[in-house]
Design a protein around this ligand. Structure first.
Ligand code: NAP
Length: 294
């Protein structure tokens, strides 16, 4: 829990020297975050004097604590549940990705007191897919997005931006998929959970954005058949690295992309803005983060 700088004795109101930059991740509960591993790796790789901290904020204290962060030397923060929408009340500028998804996961606190909000899941998803499957084109055919939560919004927006001719959103709770369709317009339609199998025929891209398949959750079961072999299959779940859904697609001969790369790529814009160095997503980072998966 934060409020005051936990590193400092009470009554000591000195600010962090400007050359030592702080960043972190705000959320509640938050102990499971892999972000400190990612940013910690890059800080050490680039020999930077900075920190990336886990900042658990109890929701009832959010409006008290959040405005104090820039004054405590924070250059910005990542944002996770439940604050991804809450922080928009404080944003001076929002990127088109935030405007379209209604949520932010990365904030930059500028020296002039302004706050920029971005949703880097959009770019993180695309960077991961393009670096893992360079021949993929969203334009090649319709896409199916399984799930209609926060991550689905970012991915539907990313696919539309890349020119997917149509996107079908299949979600357990149909009304949530319908809300998403209304938000994105006529190229996006919804289908029943029971209609998932039929929706997959003729698709170029299939993305799981549900939490099914995560360690401790039931698997996402989909019938991959030879006539569906051309579709790129993406799972944004990253723990385990290879879900049963991805393994089934791979056995069918589909090209596949796993979710960890999205998590790594979405972290790049924040680190660049806070610490002034554009970091690489490479094997060293990958190994450091995989060590942190339980
Ligand atoms: P969310 O907003 O809570 O949405 C969860 C989605 O999963 C909803 O569509 C929900 O359906 C569906 N779902 C949950 N349990 C289900 C079940 N038993 N059967 C069928 N559907 C089920 O969460 P989110 O933020 O979108 O995140 C979703 C997943 O993506 C998580 O596993 C998260 O870790 C992962 N993620 C990965 C990255 C990355 O960088 N790789 C980034 C963001 C998220 P209902 O609407 O019916 O509840």
């Amino acid at each position: 829990m934060i409020g005051m700088d936990p590193m400092r004795p009470e009554g000591d109101d000195r600010r962090t020297p400007p050359d030592r930059r702080r960043a972190g991740v705000i959320g509640w509960p938050i102990s499971h975050s892999l972000s400190p591993r990612i940013h910690g790796f890059w800080l050490s790789r680039h020999g930077l004097d900075g920190s990336y901290e886990i900042l658990g904020i109890e929701p009832e204290r959010f409006h008290l604590v959040f405005p104090t962060l820039p004054g405590q030397g924070f250059a910005g923060v990542n944002v996770t549940i439940p604050f991804k929408e809450w922080v928009l009340d404080y944003a001076t500028r929002v990127t088109p990705a935030v405007r379209k998804t209604g949520a932010a996961n990365t904030l930059v606190f500028a020296d002039d007191g302004t706050i920029e909000a971005d949703n880097t899941d959009v770019a993180g998803f695309l960077m991961n897919v393009k670096s893992s499957a360079p021949d993929w084109s969203a334009r090649a055919g319709p896409a199916v997005v399984i799930g209609a939560g926060g991550a689905a919004r970012a991915i539907v927006w990313a696919l539309l931006g890349e020119g997917a001719p149509a996107v079908t959103v299949v979600n357990r709770t149909r009304s949530r998929a319908e809300d998403l369709c209304r938000h994105f317009g006529e190229r996006v339609r919804s289908a029943d959970w029971q209609g998932l199998d039929g929706a997959l025929d003729g698709t170029a891209t299939i993305v799981n954005t549900t939490s099914l398949g995560m360690t401790g959750q039931p698997p996402l079961e989909v019938a991959f058949t030879p006539d569906r072999r051309r579709a790129l299959v993406v799972d944004i779940v990253y723990n385990p690295l290879k879900t049963a859904f991805l393994a089934a697609a791979e056995s069918n001969g589909n090209p596949t992309v796993s979710g960890l790369g999205m998590l790594l790529h979405q972290a790049v814009p924040g680190f660049s803005a806070w610490f002034g160095v554009r970091p690489e997503v490479d094997d060293g980072l990958w190994e450091a983060v995989v060590e942190g998966l339980q």
